[in-house]
Design a protein around this ligand. Structure first.
Ligand SMILES: [Zn+2]
Length: 307
């Protein structure tokens, strides 16, 4: 596949692509990611971007398929323990294909997912998106909650996710282990390609930015069994979601925080937040308040069907 420089420039500049989607589009346009699913968000500030994106795809003769419009919400205010979500715009999912064979495989993949034939679907998905076989095997086993319960403690499960995010910020798949050699090679290749073909994005994505913030402790990540009960009643670590009490960079954030400390929901703490790639490292400081558990006020808009 050739390198589509215009499409890479679009990816770097587009307001409607977040950093993960910019990265996917750059890797696809540079010819190293065979196929890609890219989400484009449209709001009042980038109304022309859908047309602009499709023009680039058509100019490059890239096969693609686009979803119907779906709504998305963002946090618009945090008042004491009330977290207010409001409709912020619409998004479109783009499936981009290298060739007709990939499009045919993708149709088969979607059909298999619909029939819940995970093992076959995952194997085809791995080929379509360039995921390592070892990671795909582990991902497939993880559809069975009993397998996760038997092979991982809470600590090990979330510690692995935490470390994989930090070690492999250029890949998108579920990583079989933080020591996976195939993922390490893929991450190094993607990093090299992005640095070479999309230097502006590379500099922004790898830059470290620090903020002082006040954060509210919200729910803890968990895996539930079919009865809705946690598979880890005993745990030696916690993976919390933390809400910024005020906007950072004009946006409110939900940040993941892996820790050995136990924190009560609603606790408000001072913190130093360091953002690099698409994750945040949080160093918690003093407790400044204790609120009731956060309550999320959102209007659910059900539109279409996503995959
Ligand atoms: Zn692996």
């Amino acid at each position: 596949m050739p390198v589509y420089a215009d499409l890479i420039n679009f990816a770097q500049a587009a307001k409607g692509l977040d950093s993960r989607n910019k990265l996917k589009l750059i890797l696809f346009a540079a010819g190293v990611k065979p196929n890609a699913h890219v989400v484009l968000r449209i709001d009042a500030k980038n109304l022309d971007e859908k047309h602009h994106f499709e023009k680039h795809l058509l100019d490059a003769s890239i096969l693609f398929q686009v979803s119907r419009a779906k709504g998305y919400e963002e946090i618009s205010a945090v008042r004491k323990n009330k977290v207010v979500w409001t409709q912020a715009g619409i998004w479109f999912g783009y499936d981009l294909f290298r060739d007709l064979g990939s499009l045919a495989k993708f149709r088969q993949y979607v059909k298999l997912i619909g029939k819940q034939k995970h093992e076959k679907a995952d194997a085809i998905g791995a080929g379509l998106y360039g995921y390592p076989a070892c990671c795909t095997r582990e991902y497939t086993k993880g559809h069975d909650v009993a397998y996760i319960q038997e092979h991982h403690s809470y600590h090990d499960y979330y510690a692995k996710l935490f470390e994989a995010d930090r070690k492999f910020p250029f890949v998108f798949h579920y990583v079989c282990s933080q020591h996976c050699a195939a993922t390490s090679r893929l991450n190094a290749l993607y990093k090299r390609v992005v640095k070479r073909f999309a230097r502006k994005f590379f500099n922004r994505y790898t830059e470290k930015k620090s903020y002082n913030a006040t954060l509210i402790v919200d729910a803890e990540s968990d895996v539930l069994d079919s009865k809705g009960k946690t598979i880890w009643p005993v745990r030696s670590a916690h993976d919390y979601s933390l809400i910024t009490q005020k906007p950072l960079d004009a946006h409110y954030y939900l940040l993941n925080h892996f820790t050995h400390w136990s924190l009560q929901r609603g606790t408000v703490l001072d913190a130093k937040v360091t953002i690099q790639y698409d994750y945040a490292d949080v160093a918690l400081g003093d407790v400044v308040d204790v609120l009731p558990e956060p309550v999320h006020q959102r209007k659910f808009l059900m539109m279409g069907r996503g995959y």
